[in-house]
Design a protein around this ligand. Structure first.
Ligand SMILES: NC(=O)c1ccc[n+]([C@@H]2O[C@H](COP(=O)([O-])OP(=O)(O)OC[C@H]3O[C@@H](n4cnc5c(N)ncnc54)[C@H](OP(=O)(O)O)[C@@H]3O)[C@@H](O)[C@H]2O)c1
Length: 296
């Protein structure tokens, strides 16, 4: 009888305990699901600024920010394509979206960005735009090489200075830079692009430390191949580990505030360790040469 009573009580208690545990788990999960975007918005809102937002990863960043409740300022050169992205996000997420068509390589970039931060309270700035022509270095037009520098290095530098100043003045916010696994070592036929990506990685890591004491989170996302229109144009077939733009955008935003650098995708994280720590440098560069020989 005692046995039965004990068994019944224990079964009852343990099932009660288990169901309480499940209820608790559900409460925590729904608390997190409901409040994460709210807390993210408090920390990185009210407005997200995305440079290079008309397609591919930039459009995915814009959508990820809108889904977290942020209003948006979107920059790219093609006004009509940018406006299509903006219209879709306004309809889907009921957020305010303003488009600023401009060329980030132009000398007036600082003035254009200052005009934006004078009017809008940016909480997170993402510099996503890049120019990546696949060509032998000495076969490249000098003006084209300078364009790579302007879009991929001068642009993020000015962006960091102007958006960073606004974020530190308010004592919180985030800055995100886009880099690439190509920036971890020399990359033949993409040598200048890879050099600018290394610049973004190292710039962001320095700023991560420097701005953290002023409440600003800085992050560099070192991505492998991403399914974007630009990547589809230059690659004949997908590289192993290729990710959807949405996955890269979400994993990057989730990593903001958790360290200086993220490599989206587990396969790409393994590749990054292999290439930057285990393989001799000349072997890593040789692998990149094989990867880029058929691109373009
Ligand atoms: N795709 C990949 O496999 C891959 C891999 C690793 C890293 N990444 C990095 O991820 C980022 C996005 O890649 P993606 O493939 O989506 O790039 P993308 O298609 O070449 O374009 C990025 C965006 O930047 C804009 N843009 C380009 N030049 C601009 C300029 N001068 N002024 C203003 N906007 C400009 C483009 O719009 P407009 O043409 O309308 O101006 C587009 O919206 C880049 O930083 C890239 O280096 C990509």
């Amino acid at each position: 009888m005692w046995n039965d009573a004990w068994k019944t009580t224990t079964e009852y208690d343990s099932s009660l305990g288990f169901s309480h545990f499940l209820d608790g788990f559900r409460d925590v999960r729904s608390f997190l699901c409901e409040s994460l975007p709210v807390r993210w918005k408090e920390k990185y809102g009210p407005v997200g600024l995305v440079a290079g937002a008309s397609e591919g990863l930039g459009a995915a960043y814009a959508e990820a920010l809108a889904s977290r409740g942020l209003d948006l300022i979107l920059i790219a050169r093609r006004a009509d394509v940018l406006e299509d992205v903006a219209a879709r996000l306004r309809d889907t997420y009921s957020v305010q979206v303003e488009c600023h068509p401009m060329d980030l390589a132009q000398p007036d970039l600082a003035n254009r960005l200052e005009a934006i931060t004078a009017v809008h309270r940016i909480g997170v700035g993402i510099y996503n735009a890049a120019y990546a022509p696949v060509r032998g270095f000495l076969d490249s037009d000098p003006a084209d090489l300078e364009h790579i520098l302007n879009v991929n290095a001068r642009g993020p530098l000015i962006f960091a200075r102007i958006v960073g100043a606004q974020l530190t003045a308010h004592g919180h916010g985030g800055l995100v830079f886009m880099s690439s696994l190509a920036g971890f070592q020399g990359t033949p036929r993409l040598a200048t692009y890879a050099g600018t990506k290394a610049f973004n990685t190292v710039l962001a890591e320095g700023l991560w430390h420097e701005l953290s004491c002023q409440g600003v989170d800085v992050l560099v996302s070192c991505a492998g191949a991403i399914r974007t229109p630009r990547y589809a144009d230059i690659a004949g077939k997908e590289a192993p580990g290729t990710l959807d733009a949405k996955v890269v955008a979400e994993q990057t935003l989730d990593a903001l505030g958790r360290g200086p650098r993220v490599v989206p995708g587990i396969f790409n994280r393994m590749v990054s360790v292999l290439m930057s720590r285990w393989l001799p440098r000349r072997t890593a560069i040789g692998i990149m040469a094989k990867n880029t020989q058929d691109l373009g």
